[in-house]
Design a protein around this ligand. Structure first.
Ligand SMILES: *[C@@H]1O[C@H](CO)[C@@H](O)[C@H](O)[C@H]1NC(C)=O
Ligand SMILES: *[C@@H]1O[C@H](CO)[C@@H](O)[C@H](O)[C@H]1NC(C)=O
Ligand SMILES: *[C@@H]1O[C@H](CO)[C@@H](O)[C@H](O)[C@H]1NC(C)=O
Ligand SMILES: *[C@@H]1O[C@H](CO)[C@@H](O)[C@H](O)[C@H]1NC(C)=O
Length: 199
């Protein structure tokens, strides 16, 4: 009876220790995964934005800089798509309000087309990243395509901001330019992570 009790106590204790060890093990591997993302983000221009936007994907990234680059492009695509929809909406509203063309409404309409193009370029990049090594072309060549398209997307975003230079300061200009600046950080980081992977 005494033996049985101590066996039960032993089993209980070892189960507890095992569970604790398993939990700690998971936390540690999660920490290592996010640490990999933190370190990779150091090579980008906006490391804080990089970590904040990608750390949730640590279990999918593992320690693979190719996967990280692919996920960064995915995040950048959804970010730019949201912005394209936003600019398209305010462009439509601006066109409804004044049927004359002001510098502001012209800048917004240009920005809307530029973001549509940026979204197309990021989409092409996403597709290329999915078929790395599967097309018969060299991975190096495919990555250089992605670098070209992501740079073009970034240039389009820059050009949107440039279009507001001659627009008088106002809420609309400030709002759009702030949002574009935030999107550019995400796009720039995705490009930097592709560059690191291509190196
Ligand atoms: C990351 O996950 C947390 C918890 O699920 C969520 O609150 C947060 O918005 C997510 N962040 C991003 C950038 O997706
Ligand atoms: C754009 O407008 C549509 C329809 O009014 C709305 O459903 C959508 O949420 C808007 N998108 C953005 C990003 O503001
Ligand atoms: C254009 O529209 C704005 C806003 O409705 C108005 O203030 C302005 O007078 C208009 N300009 C011309 C040239 O019609
Ligand atoms: C994406 O873009 C918006 C601008 O519309 C920005 O405010 C937001 O924080 C960006 N970042 C991410 C990770 O979605």
């Amino acid at each position: 009876m005494e033996l049985q009790l101590s066996t039960i106590v032993f089993l209980f204790l070892s189960t507890t220790v095992l569970l604790a060890a398993t939990t700690t093990g998971q936390q540690t591997s999660d920490d290592i995964d996010t640490e990999f993302i933190r370190q990779s983000c150091e090579s980008t221009r906006y490391p804080d934005t990089c970590f904040a936007s990608l750390s949730n994907y640590s279990s999918a990234v593992q320690h693979d800089s190719g996967r990280l680059a692919r996920i960064a492009i995915h995040v950048s695509l959804s970010n730019a798509t949201h912005m394209a929809n936003y600019v398209s909406n305010i462009s439509r509203d601006a066109a409804d309000k004044n049927n004359n063309i002001t510098r502001e409404s012209a800048a917004i309409s240009d920005c809307s087309s530029l973001f549509e193009d940026a979204v197309d370029e990021i989409k092409k990049s996403r597709t290329e990243m999915k078929r790395l090594g599967l097309t018969g072309e060299s991975v190096k060549f495919q990555l250089s395509n992605v670098q070209t398209w992501m740079s073009a997307a970034l240039t389009n975003e820059d050009t949107c901001t440039d279009g507001f230079q001659k627009v008088d300061d106002g809420n609309m200009k400030a709002d759009v330019c702030d949002r574009v600046a935030a999107v550019k950080r995400v796009t720039s980081n995705a490009l930097a992570l592709v560059n690191s992977y291509a190196r």
